[in-house]
Design a protein around this ligand. Structure first.
Ligand code: NDP
Length: 271
């Protein structure tokens, strides 16, 4: 029988996850069907339980349900537990396993696909929402020289600094607080690009040879990437690589087989 998987979110029509997982299944010859499910804002748990009752094996969870998914899981991987956000659910033996593959996807995209080491680098993470909290631990595990989090609402960045304090040193605050400093890798983990907005980065923030990485992806360069280019960032990347890599990590959790990502990233970029 064909195994069923899905991505659940609101909105969901834009999601590229069905395309990616269908391509993974074809490549690895796995008999599965992957669909997109729109859940009402107050109906996440009902929709997940319906899907489980229908025999569903696993789900990806996207905006705005990652925190609810964290609460719903009966077991958590360590990285999901620490992030307190879940983007992958696996249903097995009446258990709901919650994982967070966003950070592993980002780190793999930067290190393997973009060939940019994180170890020893000065990292600035912009944003303190669901996406940001998922990537902090995997980035800290790479032992950067310096790790900073800037957020429009600085209290949220400071809360993350406290939450992750045992995993490494974090400097957190408002964007202005990092005036006069420069970073080798600047990651835009805010949703500002969705509204063509730009967080107020102080001038000179991009070090020579810097990588500017926007977790968001769109056909045209985001406002952040255009700004980074004007400010002298040498390498620019959007979130397509992270999207495909986090999907590959979810696929591995479900099917114990790791798909090749390179061709699919190239394909997604050209479509
Ligand atoms: P959240 O809503 O949880 O967090 C939004 C964050 O963006 C907050 O830190 C918020 O700051 C900040 N923000 C929003 N607008 C502005 C603005 N105009 N100026 C400055 N800061 C702003 O969203 P998520 O964390 O879930 O998602 C963030 C982005 O990451 C989205 O674009 C999403 O598409 C992308 N993403 C990409 C993935 C991929 O695989 N490529 C995976 C997951 C997410 P404040 O706290 O002050 O409100």
């Amino acid at each position: 029988m064909t195994d069923r998987y899905a991505v659940i979110g609101n909105p969901i029509a834009h999601s590229k996850s069905p395309l990616i997982h269908t391509a993974f299944a074809k490549q690895t010859r796995q008999d599965l069907h992957y669909e997109a499910i729109l859940a009402p804002l107050d109906g996440f748990i009902t929709r997940v339980n319906d899907f489980i009752r229908q025999g569903g094996k696993g789900m990806n969870v996207t905006v705005p349900f990652k925190l609810e998914a964290h609460q719903l899981a009966t077991t958590l991987t360590e990285r999901a537990d620490i992030a307190q956000a879940v983007n992958t659910l696996k249903f097995e033996n009446d258990q709901i396993l919650g994982d967070n593959t966003d950070g592993a996807g980002l780190v793999r995209d930067i290190i393997v696909n973009l060939n940019m080491p994180v170890t020893g680098k000065r990292i600035l993470l912009m944003g303190a929402g669901g996406a940001a909290r998922g990537v902090i631990l995997p980035l800290l595990q790479q032992k950067p020289a310096l790790f900073a989090i800037a957020n429009r609402t600085p209290e949220k960045a400071l809360a993350l600094q406290n939450q992750f304090t045992q995993y490494g040193q974090i400097n957190a605050g408002s964007y202005n607080q990092f005036s006069g400093q420069s970073f080798d890798i600047i990651i835009n983990g805010t949703s500002a690009s969705l509204n063509d907005a730009l967080p107020e980065l102080p001038p000179g923030i991009f070090a020579t040879g810097a990588l500017a990485y926007d977790m968001m992806y769109s056909a045209d360069p985001t406002r952040f990437l255009k700004y980074a280019s004007q400010q002298g960032a040498k390498h620019l990347a959007d979130g397509i690589g992270m999207l495909v890599e986090q999907a590959a990590e979810s696929f591995y959790l479900w099917r114990s087989i790791r798909p090749e990502t390179k061709d699919i990233i190239t394909h997604m970029r050209s479509n």
